[in-house]
Design a protein around this ligand. Structure first.
Ligand code: NDP
Length: 283
């Protein structure tokens, strides 16, 4: 039976550290501020944004929410980002993705100044992650690394397989595992004999976006299984990319969905906002 890696407990520990440091920072007259932009009415995005606002309040941050209508133009959106770039009360800016189809996500990401890019999506921050000398950690992969650290799971020399190669999760996840000396394989929709590749993994990370995609035959006995996926089933319930019931008996450690990687992503976002506030005040 696998040990459950509890994202709620670990994220609470991270957030407690951030809140304590924020309290000290506020004594110096600095209140970390996070601006969150949401465009349109995507229900999942609304939930994520509400969770981020709630976390900001818990941390003692200032939170600025900009809920824009779905018909917002590219110019209007970029104008807002530029205004926030200049606002000294705002230390972190994030634009909730996906955006409505008529808007260009890449130009929005490129317009956020790298110092305030707390999602670490700007090419300058992505490049720094690649080099291994970064200011901001990519939120979800960094959350996964924090979970491994908390559980004393050593990555050094381990076979790590990441399913998914998105810029948000898969690629930076692979990079962080590599920085910790894992031997990393990245899989995607064109990978041949995926199950065979996955069975090599000591640490298997699923970031596919398909419910119950990882089945027991894809998992080595005793593997650490990290489920990044968040999928909503027809009955409204959330479910990961890993078939938990099948895989859990084979794994040594496993993350649940919900209550696994999700809370860690938000905790890292809070950490990044604090880092941004300190850096912008030369601390
Ligand atoms: P993307 O859709 O951008 O990427 C999915 C990846 O999975 C792609 O690289 C794709 O390959 C690969 N893939 C799809 N089908 C297969 C297949 N049959 N075999 C092998 N690989 C496949 O998703 P994201 O990376 O943005 O997100 C992944 C999941 O993580 C989603 O469920 C998302 O909701 C969740 N998520 C969770 C977060 C959290 O905080 N827990 C944060 C961010 C995301 P290809 O490139 O070839 O198309």
């Amino acid at each position: 039976m696998a040990k459950l890696i509890d994202g709620k407990v670990i994220s609470a520990a991270v957030k407690a550290e951030v809140a304590a440091e924020t309290e000290e920072l506020k004594k110096q007259g600095i209140t970390p501020g996070l601006a969150v932009i949401i465009v349109g009415e995507d229900p999942a995005s609304k939930v994520y944004v509400a969770n981020k606002e709630k976390a900001c309040q818990q941390m003692g941050f200032a939170s600025f929410k900009y809920a824009l209508p779905a018909e917002t133009t590219q110019e209007e959106l970029l104008e807002l980002v530029k205004k926030l770039n200049e606002d000294p009360a705002v230390h972190g800016i994030l634009c909730q993705l996906p955006l409505p189809r008529h808007l260009d996500e890449e130009s929005v990401i490129n317009t956020i100044v790298p110092e305030k890019d707390v999602d670490a999506f700007h090419p300058q921050n992505v490049g720094k992650i690649m080099i291994g000398n970064y200011d901001f950690l990519p939120c979800t992969p960094a959350g996964v690394m924090e979970m491994l650290k908390y559980e004393n799971i050593d990555v050094n020399g381990k076979e790590c397989v990441v399913i998914g190669r998105s810029n948000i999760v898969g690629k930076p996840m692979a990079m962080l595992l590599l920085h910790k000396n894992g031997t990393v394989t990245i899989c995607h929709s064109r990978t041949k004999d995926l199950a065979e590749v996955c069975r090599r993994a000591d640490i298997l990370v699923a970031a596919v976006g398909r419910a119950n995609f990882v089945t027991a035959d894809m998992v080595k006995e005793g593997a650490v299984v990290i489920d990044v996926g968040i999928n909503r089933l027809e009955n409204g319930k959330l479910c990961g990319d890993v078939n938990f019931a099948e895989v859990e008996p084979k794994a040594s450690y496993i993350t649940p969905v919900p209550g696994g990687v999700g809370p860690m992503t938000i905790a890292t976002l809070m950490k990044n906002t604090l880092t941004a506030a300190k850096k912008q005040n030369n601390l």
